[in-house]
Design a protein around this ligand. Structure first.
Ligand SMILES: NC(=O)c1ccc[n+]([C@@H]2O[C@H](COP(=O)([O-])OP(=O)(O)OC[C@H]3O[C@@H](n4cnc5c(N)ncnc54)[C@H](OP(=O)(O)O)[C@@H]3O)[C@@H](O)[C@H]2O)c1
Length: 321
């Protein structure tokens, strides 16, 4: 049976690392059934699981900085030399992308997971041009470049899956995340447009719409320091709103953030499904807000509801004070 080749970007931590580990080393019956589906046998969950060990270099886990590979290696505990290979890939560097593509020994990628991404949080007035450009370079042009590198092969073979680590912030605006949302909205437009054409090539595009996930994402994102000098030139009202937002964000991650394992299930389902949908949601929590886009297309209800969702706790506290 021909092996399935998966390439994932951004595997130094979080979702990318978790997915690489899961695909390369999950020994559960379900995943091995999944692996069979990966190999092109739909509905194979009831079948005896094939041995993953026989599938050399099933997963190409890529990261921009190979100095960070120890964590991934620790997680797979060195047992999966035949199912995992780590490659350097900076999605903003076309040479790095071309070199990584060349190192795929099978000369093809069946499942491409565009996961690398960075966040930017703060009042728009405080976001530097360079910081905004970096967000677009990684999240938008990095994703486009990665797809461009592997799409011709998928179209030629008339087979392939492109899975994107997307976000509820790709479907709805989130205060103080305007640039991040803009970049993720852009990827939605990219993928939705591609999906229309690619169905003719049996290439499936799936956006995994994640809510908050317990990864290092929040710690890694660039953010305007609530106490820092960048805020000093801003009007007091925006400063107060930002401070309220930061509290909201903290409680949101504390109360509703999903564990990576829960989110990975949704990725695995998309990877295994014969015809995965364009969008898969990891959580229903934000659905009432997301639906407002359809039920109230002029946007006014969404703006009101999102404002209430983020700032009402602070307003209530303010009322009590
Ligand atoms: N966690 C959440 O709450 C959440 C919610 C919605 C969507 N998402 C999306 O999920 C994806 C993964 O995020 P995560 O939660 O796993 O966060 P994470 O732990 O911070 O992982 C982000 C990964 O992207 C990599 N990366 C950044 N710039 C890159 C570049 N130029 N080239 C290649 N890799 C690069 C990082 O590598 P370095 O270690 O080198 O920086 C890291 O491996 C992102 O696209 C994010 O937007 C996350």
């Amino acid at each position: 049976m021909e092996k399935t080749v998966v390439l994932i970007t951004g595997c130094s931590s979080g979702i990318g690392l978790g997915l690489a580990v899961r695909l390369a080393s999950d020994a559960s019956r379900r995943f091995k059934g999944t692996a069979r589906a990966l190999g092109g046998s739909p509905g194979g969950r009831e079948d005896p699981p094939p041995s993953l060990g026989a599938r050399s270099r099933l997963v190409y886990a890529t990261m921009r900085n190979l100095a960070k590979k120890e964590r991934l290696l620790e997680c797979v505990r060195g047992c999966h030399a035949s199912t995992l290979e780590i490659l350097q890939l900076d999605v903003t560097d076309p040479l790095s992308l071309a070199a990584a593509a060349q190192q795929v020994q099978e000369q093809r990628v069946d499942v491409l997971v565009c996961n690398a991404g960075v966040g930017l949080m703060g009042p728009l007035e405080t976001c530097s041009f360079q910081a905004m450009k970096t967000i677009f370079d990684v999240n938008v042009f990095g994703t486009i470049g990665t797809i461009q590198a592997f799409l011709p092969g998928m179209k030629r073979r008339k087979a392939g899956k492109i899975i994107i680590s997307s976000s509820v912030g790709a479907l709805q605006g989130i205060p103080f995340n305007a640039v991040y949302c803009a970049s993720k909205f852009a990827v939605e437009g990219l993928c939705e447009s591609l999906a229309v054409i690619l169905q003719q090539f049996n290439v499936h595009v799936t956006l995994i719409e994640c809510g908050p996930v317990n990864t290092s994402f929040l710690a890694n994102l660039q953010r305007t320091d609530a106490e820092g000098s960048a805020l000093q030139g801003l009007d007091p009202q925006t400063r107060a709103l930002y401070s309220q937002y930061l509290q909201h964000c903290q409680s949101l991650f504390r109360d509703v953030a999903q564990d990576t394992e829960e989110v990975l299930q949704v990725f695995l389902e998309a990877i295994c499904a014969p015809c995965p949908p364009l969008r898969s949601f990891t959580t229903q929590f934000f659905m009432p807000l997301t639906r407002l886009k359809l039920t109230s297309p002029d946007g006014s209800e969404y703006v009101r509801a999102m404002h209430k969702f983020v700032f009402s706790a602070g307003e209530a506290q303010g009322d009590q004070a």
